[in-house]
Ligand binder design. Structure first.
Ligand code: SAH
Ligand code: SF4
Length: 371
């Protein structure tokens, strides 16, 4: 039986746990300092924590539940990590370097049950949810990599946009946010944490009520139900009007803005009429809405979709702008290493299946790149 990762405990959970065993609450602050500031790899390195407490921690918790399986570095400095979990499942984590700091994109599930028809992650149905410890540890592993490379920079942004639907692993997502934003730990500012969902409307309400004060992005990808259902079958359960009602609730209650993500797919959802429909859908939410246009990363298995032409993307953007919509075209990170979530993992799994053995050399990063 694998031990639970210590990174999965919120500060209050760890403090309560330690107190149950007769330790003072301040012990939790000490332990968190070693975990998140001094960033040790073994409990025994927590020098000012007494032996009895160290033993207790080591008996009950794991400090490392992910191992690096593969790492790919892009010319632009993006690094994609493929981590192996204790049960040998593989997940992806991506480090992106922005002008304004380092961002990590984390995975929340092994596979995804939402099954969007353009996405590499949805090719493999969900095997299991990640624990909060496994999600937080992805960020820690990236930070430890930076530490080891003597890059005196800290991860300052987290985007929950890796493999999986975060709202389908809700409790662990919320715990993760509580852990990473805590000032005693990684102290990632709330406004620098973004969760992306395929639009599970009921969970958008819950998320709003939880008042976590982090950013929310909704994968809309189409302005009409007919088109959205064709691209994302989840639209049958949560059609656009239900999603937009939930967005209204979020905007009303949180005082925050919302991001609508929109992948541009050639000749499918990238025409002027679609941009006009999208603007109409946003309506009077304009001041509180950002549209993020995403260049599609080609996935081998979904060859019915192609990336929009550069001119179409530009025209779509211009139409939205003329309609008074705040929008941007997503900057691509690590296109040469296939950094769209799920791509490296699905490649790896294919290789493992075809070859029947572990081998990484057959993966040519250029082969993944189709952009
Ligand atoms: N499940 C959540 C979060 C993970 S996907 C969601 O769907 O929002 C994060 C974002 O990457 C989503 O907007 C998703 O639509 C997008 N995405 C998935 N596959 C992609 C691809 N091949 N190219 C570009 N974006 C992709
Ligand atoms: Fe799942 Fe998001 Fe991929 Fe859809 S786009 S299959 S919700 S990971």
């Amino acid at each position: 039986m694998n031990k639970e990762s210590i990174y999965g405990l919120t500060f209050d959970q760890l403090a309560a746990w330690l107190m149950e065993y007769g330790h003072k609450k301040s012990r939790a602050s000490q332990v968190w300092d070693w975990l998140y500031r001094k960033r040790v790899m073994h409990f025994s390195e927590m020098l000012d924590v007494n032996q009895e407490c160290l033993q207790l921690l080591a008996d009950h918790f794991a400090l490392q539940s992910l191992t690096e399986h593969l790492r790919q570095e892009s010319a632009d400095g993006t690094i994609k990590f493929l981590f192996k979990l204790n049960d040998d499942n593989l997940i992806e984590t991506v480090l992106m370097r922005h002008k304004f700091g380092l961002a990590v994109c984390v995975t929340t599930q092994v596979g995804c049950n939402i099954g969007c028809s353009f996405c590499a992650s949805g090719l493999l149905t969900k095997k299991r949810d990640l624990s909060s410890g496994e999600i937080v540890e992805q960020i820690m592993k990236v930070q430890l990599h930076l530490d080891a490379a003597k890059q005196a920079q800290s991860v300052s942004r987290v985007v929950v946009m890796g493999i999986g639907e975060p709202f389908d692993n809700y409790k662990n997502l919320v715990d993760t946010i509580m852990i990473i934003k805590n000032h005693k730990g990684l102290a990632i500012a709330e406004k620098r944490i973004t969760v992306s969902t395929s639009g599970l409307a009921d969970k958008i309400y819950e998320f709003t009520d939880n008042n976590l004060q982090v950013n929310l992005a909704i994968s809309l990808h189409a302005p009409t139900n007919e088109l959205r259902t064709q691209i994302m079958k989840i639209n049958r359960a949560f059609p656009i009007e239900k999603v937009m009602q939930a967005v209204d609730y979020y905007l009303e209650k949180t005082n925050r803005r919302i991001t609508l993500e929109y992948i541009l797919l050639k000749d499918l959802n990238d025409r002027k009429e679609h941009a006009l429909q999208l603007a109409a859908l946003i309506g009077d939410k304009r001041p509180l809405t950002n549209v993020n246009l995403i260049p599609y990363n080609q996935v081998d298995e979904h060859n019915q979709y192609q990336r929009s032409e550069h001119e179409s993307m530009r025209a779509f953007y211009d139409t939205l702008k003329k309609q008074g919509i705040n929008c941007s075209i997503r900057v691509e990170h690590g296109a040469d290493i296939g950094a769209a979530c799920g791509q490296l993992r699905s490649k790896q799994i294919k290789v493992l299946n075809y070859e029947g053995q572990e081998s990484f050399s057959v993966i040519d990063p250029c082969e993944v790149h189709k952009g």
